[in-house]
Structure formats: structure tokens, C-alpha cells
Design a binder for this molecule. Structure first.
Ligand code: NI
Length: 187
């Protein structure tokens, strides 16, 4: 288990399409998932995709625990999702703030479909199939975008709603709801 270096926007590896995992329940896949959880915890993140640590495989992890101090942050089940397939159930765009461990310090308002169904496998090869909306759907869509070389700034419609978190004073409540990979406690 190890905390791995997180690649940042501008690194061409983040723009590549990741490859499907072909063998489940292997030592290499368990090691990758363990490293991803270590890296995500170290960065205080809510999600991470394998390409962000330089591994071009279709593996994402995410999870947000309920925290009574931040009642507006919806809990998301801690999940390992391999070879995900996402289906849009309600394409109505919903905008909310996102951040990304590969785009440190910045925040942007990103439209995402309101409701999705996602399928895939965990690292043992057990199937996963869920429906999600709101923050849960947003986290899944954000992480799965990384597998196709898409970073959230590419989806921002109004670039005036993109900037450094430290400069966006007075929007603390929004930012708490909004954090994707880097949930930011109120200051
Ligand atoms: Ni991200």
C-alpha cells in the first residue's frame, strides 16, 4: 500500500482513454485499488480514477461518509468500480460545483445529467448495478470521465463560474456541497 503521486491537468496521460481490466481478483488489481484508496485518503478526496495515478485502466473508486457536521453533503457508498458503463436515465442538466485532485485549488460549476444507472464490477469481479442521482451521480460521472480523458473544466459552460477556491469568498455553503474529489470543510 502506498500513496501515489497524482498527475495534474496538463499531463497528457490524463487525456488518454483507459483500457478495460481483463483479469479480476489478481494481486496487481488489489494492489492498485489499495494504492488508490491510500492516495485518495491522503488527499482527503471523495473519488479517484486510476489514470490520475498514471495507470491507464478503467478503475475508479469513490465514497463519502455521512458527516453530521456537514449535513448538506450527501453520503455516497464507498465503491470500487471496474469497467463501468453509465446510462443516462434523466438527461436534464443539473449544475453544481466540482473540484478535482488533478486540478488543485480550482472549482467550477459543471452541468451533469440528473439521474443515471451505472454498472460494472468490483475488483473481485462481483457485479455492481445501481441507480444514482444528485451528488452520487455527479461523483460517478466525474470519475468515469477520467477514464475517457475528460477533465471537468472541459464540461463547464460558463467559464466565469470557474476559478480559484481561495478567491471565491462568500460561497462557502455552495462549495461544501460542491466538492467532488476534494470535499472542502467550511472555514
Ligand atoms: Ni477528478
Amino acid at each position: 500500500m502506498a500513496v501515489r503521486k497524482i498527475l495534474k491537468m496538463g499531463n497528457p496521460f490524463l487525456l488518454q482513454v483507459a483500457q478495460p481490466v481483463t483479469a479480476f481478483d489478481t494481486p496487481a488489481l488489489h494492489q492498485l485499488v489499495a494504492d488508490m484508496f491510500d492516495t485518495m485518503a491522503d488527499a482527503d478526496g471523495a473519488g479517484l480514477a486510476a489514470p490520475q495515478i498514471g495507470v491507464g485502466l478503467r478503475v475508479v473508486i469513490f465514497g463519502v461518509e455521512a458527516n453530521p457536521r456537514y449535513p448538506d453533503v450527501e453520503p455516497v457508498p464507498t465503491t470500487v468500480l471496474v469497467n463501468p458503463v453509465v446510462e443516462i436515465l434523466d438527461p436534464t442538466p443539473e449544475e453544481d460545483w466540482e473540484g478535482c485532485l488533478s486540478v488543485p485549488g480550482l472549482r467550477g460549476l459543471v452541468p451533469r445529467p440528473r439521474r443515471i444507472r451505472y454498472r460494472g464490477f468490483d475488483h473481485h469481479g462481483r457485479p455492481i448495478a445501481r441507480e444514482a442521482d444528485g451528488f452520487h451521480a455527479r461523483v460517478v460521472l466525474h470519475e468515469c470521465d477520467h477514464l475517457d480523458g475528460i477533465l471537468y473544466p472541459m464540461r463547464i459552460r460558463d467559464m466565469r463560474q470557474f476559478g480559484f477556491e481561495s478567491e471565491m469568498a462568500g460561497e462557502e455553503e455552495q462549495q461544501v456541497q460542491a466538492g467532488e474529489e476534494a470535499l472542502t470543510p467550511p472555514r
